[in-house]
Design a protein around this ligand. Sequence first.
Ligand code: FES
Length: 144
Amino acid sequence: MALYSEKVMDHFINPRNVGQIENADGVGEVGNARCGDIMKIFLKINKDGIIEDVKFNTFGCASAIASSSMATEMIKGQPVSKALELTNKAVVEALDGLPAIKIHCSVLAEEAVKAAVKDYYDKNSIEYDKELFKENSCEHCNIE
Ligand code: FES
């Protein structure tokens, strides 16, 4: 069996929404201390709280790039609250799976989206439940 699904290969070779957004309403940058990969997500959010545009820059492995690409596709056009519900599991499922040792790469996408939403909330003094932004407890990502 191939290591990567066709969807992972497609999103790695033709990543969607690559780039930056000038004057983004929310920017989230996260890194994985183990592998050194970095992911940055930019959100353009309209007055109704809908994510009108989203872009990403990822310095990372194929799985991290495919995960960022898929995550941006999944939250584009959605309300901010919906983006917060995005889980790495949903990203992995949408990609038709990732090898077990690459699951942590999808966690980076979930964290980057959350960090960008948090930045948007903070910039606009929007109240939120701090529990939603608790440190990730993914066993793959914890540093020993
Ligand atoms: Fe670091 Fe994939 S190996 S994000």
